[in-house]
Write a protein that binds this ligand. Structure first.
Ligand code: HEC
Length: 140
């Protein structure tokens, strides 16, 4: 009588085992970012001026998706059901270099459009400094 029970139990647990394994495979990388772009150093120091400048452009170009406070819940993001990380959480950008963020801003990434207005490189670095400052209470 015990045996069929075990079989049943194994059958019941099987889908869970399969799901657990699936969720361990890392999500598919979208567009790969070239190594030299990843290692590109940020030449602009995160000074209050740089962050203030970044904040200005962020308000024009980014807040509609990323939210005024960086929570990833801007109007466009909600309308289009975009999945966007919370910039206020240090974990969101911790595995990304400034070079990677620069590449993402310049070229776009998945549902994130390439920077629509032609910003100069320094202005993009200012944006990166600003976005990073959102998870750093001391910099605000
Ligand atoms: C149309 C909506 C939209 C706009 C506008 C937009 N983004 Fe994004 N952004 C996204 C989405 C969606 C993602 C996540 C896609 C991905 O996997 O890269 C993203 C990802 C990012 C990332 C990488 C975050 C991560 O978790 O890897 C950064 C940094 C970023 N955006 C900064 C900006 C900045 C700065 C601006 C303004 C110049 C901006 N975004 C404008 C939608 C947008």
């Amino acid at each position: 009588m015990l045996k069929p029970c075990m079989v049943l139990l194994a059958l019941l647990l099987w889908p869970f085992a399969a799901t657990a394994q699936e969720s361990q495979t890392p999500p598919k990388a979208a567009t790969p970012i070239p190594a030299d772009a990843v290692h590109k150093a940020n030449p602009v120091k995160p000074t209050p001026e740089s962050i203030a400048q970044g904040k200005k452009y962020y308000g024009y170009d980014c807040a509609m998706c990323h939210g005024n406070n960086g929570d990833g819940k801007g109007d466009v993001a909600i309308d289009e059901k975009l999945k966007i990380g919370d910039f206020r959480d240090p974990a969101t950008l911790k595995d990304k270099t400034d070079g990677e963020l620069f590449y993402i801003l310049k070229n776009g990434h998945d549902h994130m459009p390439a920077e629509p207005i032609r910003l100069k490189p320094d202005e993009l670095w200012n944006l990166i400094n600003y976005v990073r400052s959102l998870s750093n209470k001391k910099a605000q």
